[in-house]
Design a protein around this ligand. Sequence first.
Ligand code: PLP
Length: 396
Amino acid sequence: MFAKRMTNIQESFIREILKVTQQPDMISFAGGLPNPKFFPVEAISIASDKVLQEHGYEALQYSTTDGYRPLREYIAQRYADRYDLTVSADEILITNGSQQGLDLLGKLFLNPADKLLLEQPSYLGAIQAFSFYEPQFIAIPLLEDGLNIEVLTQAVKQHQPKLSYIIPNFQNPTGATYSLEKRQQIADLLIQHGGLLIEDNPYGELIFEGEPLSPLRTYLGEQGIMLGTFSKIIAPSFRLGWVCANRKIIAKLTIAKQAADLHTNYLAQRIIYQYLQDNNLDAHLAVIKEAYQHQRDVMLGMIKQHFPAEVSYIKPTGGMFIWAALPSGYSAQAMLQQAIQENVVFVPGHPFFVPDGGENCMRLSFSNTSPADVETGIQRLGAVMTRFLQDDVVYF
Ligand SMILES: Cc1ncc(COP(=O)(O)O)c(C=O)c1O
């Protein structure tokens, strides 16, 4: 009954785990959710009233596929202010979250068996979105400072991928951030060999330390496609994101989007824009970053104290995730069952790997857990881990 392309599509593993997190007394490091405590509910309420009272008849009408022009201009201006990167509002298409950007880009570029290069591990939602177009995934190991350049160079030479996909800032799932040097090296390689690069950046604004590094688009020019979103900086339920790419790509994407949904929720676009006009986004971000940074610090401190010494982990400088690895041979999935018994839950690493790998790894999210729960949860997890590793059983 179903199309062939449905054969390899898995239901999101994380959705399954999230069911467990509903149990009372469960402490969850599983979901990649922003902390609702910082949703600007009051300011959004005021912005909504204003839009409806002042522009109600227009805001409730159908609108253009490319998105509300002033919002696109705001996004272009933010690239200029933040990264000194000049893009035009004509190079921005508003999408239904950056997730839709991934789907539309897959639709636009991927024929079955086309080569798609991506990080190993990568964002589950991207793997899922691209899988519908049946590409051949070329997975490149991701290190703490970006892709493994030797492996990447080999792969680019051998496969000449049409499309590459990376998350250069506070990556999901690892929290890793690309060094400036690697950004330049990757751009040089793609300029030399051709191919488009999608850089997905939902977490770049959630930076705790240092200065933001240039997007690869700075070096790549029109070979670079950027995805952005308001999900992690304002609220995900708006489902507002964008694709920034050269005009030719935007024109084709606009056709694809038209067929998909005519346009992104126009009322939501107007409300977000009103909110951005009347409020200081940087002040709002400062509050979120301070809280997340504190939660990260508490988590790192507790990990140091309670995880066995042979467990390694990456210290992120922003974002929402810490990536930890048991010694190789131990299965994080098997340990998860024991963790659930102790009322603590995380996401095991293997679903983030195509075609496979990461069995000993796990993703711990610190964004949506209070410092007190981070303390209790990591203490519980440390005890589970200590027992699990003493067990002396190698699981895979
Ligand atoms: C790397 C990455 N890309 C894209 C998304 C999708 O975000 P949204 O569709 O809410 O903009 C997420 C969400 O967690 C993500 O982690």
